[in-house]
Design a protein around this ligand. Structure first.
Ligand SMILES: Cc1cc2nc3c(=O)[nH]c(=O)nc-3n(C[C@H](O)[C@H](O)[C@H](O)COP(=O)(O)O)c2cc1C
Length: 189
């Protein structure tokens, strides 16, 4: 599949087979992430990988509890409140792997650089038969000093992206994602 097909067919994956992703594959994915452009060649990133099922489940539970209790602070999640209250809902959708990307704030460009790395990972995942989804719900906990300290992330690193990866199950159809046309584009001669 060439890059244009890949961009045109990438979809967020929210339903996974009960199948682990081996550490070499995760490492390759992250390495592809690190091929992204970076401001001043700073490469200002750090990656935390969580594959323990129990930890993924308790992290999801912690995120849901926190967001439900503090939903007033997260107006953009209000529309998902019922999902978050559902004990069967996992913010990680049963994925076997969570990749958290942190940016080293000593680089002014770290947010952009880490987002580009996340984009590389999302686009290259399919080459390994994997699906991914950026999980913004996870920001509230993965950015805390407690979480960072547990995973040896220095204080000076900020959370940029939490992403899930795993083998998509058959439930999700991979249609071409519809998109609005760009609202405004200026062509200057
Ligand atoms: C910054 C960001 C945060 C997101 N957070 C979530 C999330 O918490 N849960 C989720 O299911 N999808 C999340 N998504 C995925 C979007 O819902 C998805 O990309 C969008 O609906 C377009 O669908 P597509 O990725 O299949 O093209 C997030 C995507 C981005 C870029």
């Amino acid at each position: 599949m060439n890059i244009i097909e890949r961009i045109n067919t990438r979809r967020s994956t929210r339903s996974f087979k009960d199948q682990e992703v081996d550490s070499n594959t995760i490492h390759e994915l992250i390495t592809l992430g690190t091929k992204a452009a970076t401001g001043s060649y700073g490469q200002p990133w750090g990656f935390v990988v969580i594959t323990d099922k129990g930890e993924i489940k308790s992290l999801s539970d912690e995120i849901k509890k926190y967001l439900v209790e503090n939903i007033a602070d997260y107006p953009y999640f209000k529309q998902y409140e019922n999902w978050l209250k559902d004990e069967n809902f996992s913010v990680f959708y049963g994925a076997p792997c969570v990749i958290v990307i942190y940016g080293d704030t000593s680089s002014h460009w770290c947010t952009y650089d880490c987002s580009l790395a996340a984009g590389n990972i999302m686009l290259s995942a399919k080459e390994f038969g994997l699906g991914t989804c950026w999980i913004g719900f996870a920001e509230c906990i993965c950015s805390t000093p407690e979480f960072k300290s547990k995973h040896n992330v220095p204080d000076s690193y900020k959370l940029v992206s939490t992403m899930i990866a795993g083998y998509p199950d058959e439930k999700q159809k991979n249609q071409k994602p519809p998109r609005r046309k760009p609202a405004l584009i200026f062509y200057e001669k």
